[in-house]
Design a protein around this ligand. Structure first.
Ligand SMILES: Cc1cc2nc3c(=O)[nH]c(=O)nc-3n(C[C@H](O)[C@H](O)[C@H](O)COP(=O)(O)OP(=O)(O)OC[C@H]3O[C@@H](n4cnc5c(N)ncnc54)[C@H](O)[C@@H]3O)c2cc1C
Length: 483
């Protein structure tokens, strides 16, 4: 970025000592063995180095660390649960950046059924926040496969999605207020449960999805909702993605906005889970080319709700849209149907090497995108298996490729760049996004430069420079820092 100061190239020993003194006993890690888990991402694709892992236990301490780093021009990499998919939370090689882990900031500051809100610190794990909401008979409608490890700070900073976006929106739609330590060490306190506040620019939006490049999120206030009193879940067999898109429209017409989840599963994914996941069972006697996991929920108790859901599915079968469907008659059956969707990543990992693309297009364009993508990949990687699954209701697919059965993973890995380029070009031609959920991190900086509107990129760079003039916040992530 022209004219932007770069962080210093080594972290001075005196600055490290000052940081350790400020953080106090138990507030930092320094030995190679202690640093190692923080220096590598969970998929072991990105590895870097840091001279110090800072573990502050309060907003004041985070502010102290950031203020000192700003003065000394030391880069800071924020990290929560370290579950992100694009290396955003991993320091770069060279040891020039300290790692700021929020894991010790785990207080739930307030939960209010009256306000339908929850305020918690950045290091709280999503599952504990869901439980805290549930304890006051409210729902925190954020649900991810990583909810046992992902933290509030990471979720806000990646604007995470998940399996209930169709009904409740992405994290951005759930955030009412934020507390952020700015890159000069000041604390921006916008923590409130207000629904209406039109006093000037809505600054919190800048930090949601910023992947730690504009400041450190230390706490957030989230919206809560009534707990569902009635739940209807189905696993549905159908012939084409186009039928799935049409089915979603007809479920919306029949059931309104009670449709919470609508996940697409291809036949190959069901075969993978059947082979590798204990207890995973195809619920149908006959194979179908595609499946949908659909769930609808209602806050008010209503004995007829499941029957209405089943009637909507029966009407879709009559119209020829759906080939077959099973609905869950118990909590255990519901869990079994969800497992068929949730265990796809682990089952796919057991099928050998894979390439992953986190793409979105408008839902109505998904069927033509899938067909064009399939033809493209058959040409580029004959024999490789397309595993296109995920959040169809949001137009978001994990457009993944597994190595050919019997395996030549090395060949697929060698083609990764060419295949990613071809898939992303196709996404762009369909007016879609090359990163629907996972963000940019360090993995997709070049992709953002290639596909983003130049005017938007220019604005992003100006915002970065205005808020973080010394470029200390998560350097090189989202935007290149060498320009
Ligand atoms: C099995 C599995 C399933 C997943 N499913 C989904 C899914 O359905 N939808 C989805 O969107 N994602 C999903 N993810 C990705 C990931 O879990 C989410 O992106 C999650 O939000 C990351 O949270 P984290 O605490 O692990 O953040 P980290 O990985 O630690 O960090 C992510 C980014 O946020 C920054 N950051 C972290 N904490 C802070 C903070 N306090 N202040 C400022 N910046 C910060 C980091 O620097 C980094 O850039 C999944 C991951 C796994 C492993």
């Amino acid at each position: 970025m022209p004219g932007m100061n770069r962080p210093v190239s080594t972290v001075p020993t005196a600055a490290l000592q000052a940081l350790k003194d400020m953080l106090g006993p138990g507030g930092w890690l320094e030995s190679a063995a202690d640093r190692e888990p923080y220096e590598i991402d969970f998929r072991r694709l990105h590895r870097g180095n840091t001279p110090l892992v800072a573990l502050p236990d309060s907003t004041a301490r985070v502010a102290g660390v950031v203020e000192l780093c700003a003065r000394e021009r030391i880069g800071i990499v924020p990290q929560g649960g370290n579950t992100s998919y694009c290396g955003g939370a991993t320091p770069r090689p060279g040891g020039h950046e300290i790692l700021l882990s929020l894991r010790r900031m785990r207080k739930i500051r307030a939960v209010s059924a009256q306000n339908d809100s929850l305020t918690a610190e950045a290091g709280c794990v999503l599952a504990e926040l869901q439980a805290a909401a549930s304890a006051v008979n409210r729902l925190l409608p954020m649900s991810l496969g990583s909810e046992g490890s992902a933290t509030l700070g990471g979720i806000v900073s990646t604007n995470a999605g998940g399996t209930a976006v169709l009904r409740y929106g992405m994290t951005r739609a759930l955030v009412l207020g934020l507390e952020v330590v700015l890159p000069d060490g000041r604390v921006l306190n916008q923590l409130s449960a207000l629904r209406k506040d039109n006093t000037g620019y809505d600054l919190k939006q800048l930090f949601i999805g910023a992947e730690g490049t504009l400041g450190v999120v230390t706490a957030a206030t989230l919206r809560l909702f009534p707990q569902p009193a009635a739940v209807a879940t189905a696993f549905i067999g159908l012939g084409t993605p186009a039928a799935a898109v049409e089915l979603l429209g007809s479920l919306h017409e029949a059931l309104g906005d009670t449709v919470t989840t609508f996940e697409l599963v291809p036949r190959v994914a069901l075969e993978f889970t059947g082979r590798h996941v204990a207890g995973a069972r195809d619920p149908f006697g006959e194979p179908h080319a595609w499946y949908v996991l659909a769930e609808a929920t209602l806050a008010a108790a209503d004995d007829a709700f499941v029957a209405r859901f089943e009637a909507a599915l029966a009407a879709a079968i009559e119209r020829g849209l759906v080939e077959d469907a099973v609905t869950a008659a118990s909590g255990a059956q519901r869990d079994a149907l969800w497992r068929l969707r949730e265990t796809i990543p682990e089952a796919q990992a057991k099928e050998g090497a894979s390439l992953k693309h986190d793409i979105s297009v408008e839902p109505a364009r998904l069927p033509s995108f899938i067909e064009a993508g399939r033809a493209l990949l058959e040409r580029l990687a004959p024999g490789a298996r397309l595993v296109a699954y995920g959040h169809l209701g949001d137009g978001n697919l994990h457009f993944n490729l597994s190595e050919p059965a019997g395996g030549d993973g090395g060949r697929l890995a060698g083609q990764a760049d060419a295949i990613r380029r071809a898939v992303h070009d196709l996404v762009a031609a369909h007016g879609g996004s090359i990163s629907a959920e996972h963000g940019i991190g360090q993995l997709k900086v070049g992709e953002l430069e290639r596909y983003e509107d130049p005017a938007a990129l220019d604005l992003m760079r100006r915002i970065k420079r205005a808020i973080d003039p010394h470029g200390i916040m998560n350097p090189g992530k989202v935007l290149r820092d060498s320009e």
